[in-house]
Ligand binder design. Structure first.
Ligand SMILES: Cc1cc2nc3c(=O)[nH]c(=O)nc-3n(C[C@H](O)[C@H](O)[C@H](O)COP(=O)(O)O)c2cc1C
Length: 189
């Protein structure tokens, strides 16, 4: 299988990256092909709501997002690993998600397929510094809209609260294990 992994954090070697690597370990053990996309290291402009995609399903902004469209189309499974920022997802990841408005137009207005892959599934792994649930719930709503738009009709959500300092998740083996196990479940049909 081809597995697309989207990492939402701008922090290198941070908590969500450590969790993402646990998921990748689970995939690599079974020989799957993995593509990692890091919007914070790419040139992805925010959506302009210019309606440029309405009649074509193609975004007119020429930047790295076109690599992401291709990766989305080719994936059998999609993983999003991200921290919570201000009760939502980081701006870099949100820009990527908003640019999927072009795929929304393709699917719902033009009735064209997003992918020829069947039975796609997703996994959302999140980490946040606060004890409150609301930021995770709000982020899950955003990522659910993303997943459904790109033809990922079901996903599992695992999240870990009160983990803030860089690398702190390493002191939480239960979070590493839960992510690894969720990644293994993602591989089932
Ligand atoms: C701009 C910013 C906003 C944040 N907002 C929240 C928040 O609303 N809720 C929360 O639980 N944690 C919040 N945090 C804490 C991060 O989610 C936390 O530090 C997380 O472990 C970072 O993951 P990373 O190392 O993968 O970037 C925020 C951090 C930053 C930098």
């Amino acid at each position: 299988m081809t597995i697309l992994v989207i990492h939402g954090s701008p922090r290198i070697d941070g908590n969500s990256e450590i969790l993402m690597k646990e998921a990748i370990k689970a995939f690599e053990e079974e020989g799957h092909e993995i593509e990692v996309i890091k919007p914070a290291l790419m040139k992805i402009a925010p959506c302009l709501n210019c309606d440029g995609c309405v009649e074509t399903g193609e975004c007119i902004i020429q930047d790295d997002m076109h690599r992401v469209y291709e990766a989305i189309s080719e994936a059998d499974r999609v993983v999003v690993a991200s921290p919570v920022f201000f009760f939502g997802v980081p701006a870099q990841l949100k820009a990527l998600i908003d640019r999927c408005q072009a795929l929304w137009c393709k699917k719902y207005l033009l009735k064209q397929p997003i992918t020829d892959k069947q039975g796609r599934k997703g996994l959302l792994v999140m980490v946040g510094g606060m004890a409150r649930e609301k930021g995770f719930e709000a982020s899950n709503a955003t990522v659910t809209a993303f997943f459904r738009t790109i033809d990922v009709p079901e996903h599992e959500f695992v999240y870990f609260k009160k983990i803030d300092a860089k690398g702190e998740v390493l002191k939480h083996p239960e979070a590493l294990r839960a992510t690894y196990e969720a990644a293994k479940r993602l591989l089932s049909p």
